[in-house]
Design a protein around this ligand. Structure first.
Ligand code: HMG
Ligand code: MG
Length: 300
């Protein structure tokens, strides 16, 4: 089993999308440059969604051509309009997003689950025709609980996962959108998606209740090696009331490295990468590991 953990940094997208304070495009670029310097190789940079729905990421078209070279960049696309905008800019890694909860999909993208799958089918076909070597991620949100519908069954999660796999996505990201999950619930989801190759699954934990690292350990023990996280634990979904920040990349790197796994990320550089954004938001570092590193506690 690989001893390397791949981190997909979602800070510039998931981390910022919910923030009311407008962050200038230049500050986002600097943030991404610092994340890249810290060693992050896969970064979800922005979303080509409606700027009426997510004003913070309305600068996606301006940001994309200025991204520093190096990492693999991806962007969220909700519909054909978003795909066309992305293709015009040469985006070759896209993420479509639906959920296991009907209510959440409706609130988030104004579609039913079935409608979202029909839209994604057409989008993926067009994307493949334009970008034959491109990469498609399929998000499944609310894998344990929905802020509107309550508990979600693991069988329902598996149904949506299978539908996305049938559309030919390259990877599934399983999202505990509101950050409620505990290991027992993660294991229940795992046993229902065990037929999907582990290399094609990423786990996307929010850390609202401080359970994200326990869930990461559960996934690591089962052999999963791909995780989404956000520098400093920035984040939340504007259409999921109660969703706290993402699992902090700082916490994930510390936990993985200290557990004997490699991430390729320099923790000290990472801890500094989010500081200008935190300052712009008027917020102190939220990750305990980041606080420890910044206060110059010895880093193992
Ligand atoms: P709608 O209002 O039903 O769509 O929204 P519409 O077709 O009626 O369009 C409304 C307006 O938006 C129109 O403009 C369109 O042209 C425009 P108007 O005619 O009024 O001037 N429009 C667009 N503009 C730019 N790019 C586009 C686009 N599409 C329409 N792509 C829509 C439907 C899907 C657009 C909307 O619901 C939307 O953008 N939703 C995105 C919400 C979002 O980004 N949520 C957060 C990401 S998901 C998440 O955070 C969870 C995740 O992290 C995993 C986890 O934690 O579980 C991934
Ligand atoms: Mg999220």
């Amino acid at each position: 089993m690989s001893d390397h953990v791949t981190i997909i940094e979602v800070g510039p997208r998931d981390g910022l999308q919910n923030e009311k304070t407008p962050i200038p495009t230049s500050a986002k670029i600097e943030f991404i440059r610092e994340l890249s310097s810290a060693g992050l190789r896969e970064i979800e940079a922005t979303s080509f969604v409606s700027p009426k729905w997510v004003p913070q990421l309305g600068d996606a078209a301006e940001l994309w051509p200025k991204l520093p070279r190096g990492p693999l960049y991806s962007a969220l696309v909700p519909n054909m309009r978003g795909l066309d905008r992305a293709l015009e800019l040469g985006v070759d890694r896209i993420a479509v997003f639906t959920a296991a909860s009907e209510d959440f999909v409706h609130k988030n993208i104004n579609m039913s689950i079935a409608e979202s799958l029909v839209v994604f089918d057409e989008m993926i076909q067009r994307f493949r025709a334009n970008s034959p070597r491109g990469f498609v991620r399929g998000y499944v949100s609310t894998i344990v609980e929905c802020p509107f519908a309550g508990r979600i069954s693991p069988e329902q999660v598996a149904k949506v996962v299978d539908s996305l796999m049938a559309l030919g996505v390259d990877e599934i990201s399983l999202g505990d959108t509101v950050g409620v999950a505990v290991p027992r619930e993660v294991r229940a989801v795992m046993s229902n998606v065990a037929h999907v190759p582990k290399a094609k699954v990423a786990w996307h934990f929010h850390d609202t209740r401080g359970t994200a690292i326990a869930n990461v350990e559960t996934a690591l023990e089962a052999g999963y090696r791909r995780f989404d996280s956000s520098a400093a634990g920035l984040g939340g979904c504007p259409y999921a009331p109660g969703a706290g920040g993402n699992l902090a990349t700082d916490d994930l790197v510390y936990f993985a490295e200290r557990s004997g796994l490699s991430t390729g990320i320099n923790l000290r550089a990472l801890s500094g990468a989010s500081l200008p954004i935190l300052e712009a938001l008027g917020r102190a570092p939220g990750s305990r590991v980041q606080q420890a590193v910044l206060s110059q506690s010895p880093v193992p």
